[in-house]
Design a protein around this ligand. Structure first.
Ligand code: SF4
Length: 348
């Protein structure tokens, strides 16, 4: 039996019951695919349902305020993906009259839509013959065909994509792509794959040659950088101060407490001197520090952030053009914040 028949036959008996598989609305498929790029299905389901409840179609997303979109994304991370969804919804409204594009080139041209997502949308929504190669597909293919080309190299990407496209059942592209994802997610997992329950066990070269644990191959190790964040929870008469991150750094568009970033860890007295020159001198007079919490280490894909929450009292010196906004504590939940800020605030 051919690879695609083995795969699809297995899938038809074992498929996961996911809400976006029962629809062919390209908008909802797009949202689900972007959410699933950064989270597991169990957690992604809640985000998907909440996002669709807030923005049921392209127009509602395009016309939303960016803060509303980020609020729905809060906790998922990779906020640029939410900003790209928002941007592309506006593009669909302006360039395509609010109708989701129906050919591969136009779908692929949307901001934030790469080869994988374009293929997933086009096959699931329209049955177009494009193989969607995600991490699951790389893993399954590298093992079944014992491919050693690094999956994070340009050569690897083009080899794996060409192979997937060749194997694709062109008349059943949606089933093929969904089956590949499920096999990689449920059976051919990164650690301890269940080869005894796998439909590929008779044809899998890595299994035959005892090389399952070696594949897939990756070439690069991503360097991790340390950053040191000191957040000041400054309270004045029921109000706190927030700052919107605007630069092209992590968490663009999210709100956070007044922040002092230092090049290395600092003791409290040195830190307050440092902060005097950056935060306090300009916007707040010398604060009264009430409490310095223990540092929390928060790991992102390429960063290790060492963050400390400091509770303080100080009057605000800034004017209307200040980068800080004064917010009623009771309104704080309306602002999109990073997972790190959420974690820090639970220390209070
Ligand atoms: S036999 Fe094992 S290694 Fe090969 S595809 Fe199946 S689960 Fe993966």
């Amino acid at each position: 039996m051919e690879f695609s028949d083995l795969l699809i036959n297995w899938y038809l008996k074992n498929k996961r019951d996911l809400p976006w598989r029962k629809i062919n609305d390209p908008y909802r498929i797009w949202i689900s695919e972007i959410i699933l790029q950064q989270t597991r299905v169990a957690q992604g389901l809640d985000y998907y349902n909440n996002f669709i409840a807030h923005f049921p179609d392209v127009r509602s997303l395009a016309e939303a305020d960016e803060s509303e979109v980020l609020k729905c994304w809060q906790g998922l991370g990779y906020y640029s993906r939410a900003r790209n969804l928002h941007f592309s919804a506006k593009t669909i409204l302006e360039k395509h009259g609010g109708i989701f594009p129906q050919n591969h080139a136009e779908v692929r041209a949307l901001k934030g839509v790469g080869d994988y997502t374009a293929a997933a949308i086009c096959s699931f929504a329209y049955g177009l013959p494009y193989a969607a190669v995600d991490g699951n597909a790389y893993r399954v293919l590298s093992r079944v065909f014992e491919m050693d080309t690094p999956i994070d190299s340009a050569k690897g990407k083009s080899e794996f994509f060409a192979l997937a496209q060749e194997l694709l059942d062109k008349k059943r592209s949606a089933l093929f792509n969904q089956a590949m994802m499920d096999l990689g997610a449920v059976v051919c997992t990164p650690v301890a794959p269940e080869c005894v329950h796998c439909p590929m066990q008779d044809v899998c070269l890595a299994l035959a040659h005892g090389r399952v644990g070696e594949l897939p191959v990756k070439s690069k190790k991503v360097a991790t950088r340390d950053r040191y964040f000191y957040y000041f929870f400054i309270e004045t008469g029921g109000y706190i101060y927030l700052h919107k991150r605007e630069s092209d750094d992590i968490w663009k568009g999210l709100y956070e407490l007044p922040l002092v970033e230092t090049p290395c860890p600092m003791e409290a007295d040195v830190l307050l001197d440092f902060a005097q020159n950056t935060l306090f001198g300009k916007n707040f007079p010398s604060p009264q520090v009430d409490k310095i919490h223990s540092a929390v280490t928060h790991v992102l894909s390429h960063l290790r952030i060492h963050a400390t929450l400091i509770e303080a009292r100080a009057a605000f010196l800034g004017d209307a053009s200040s980068e800080y906004i004064k917010v009623l504590k009771s309104d704080f939940d309306n602002y999109p914040i990073s997972r790190l800020t959420e974690i820090l605030l639970t220390q209070r």
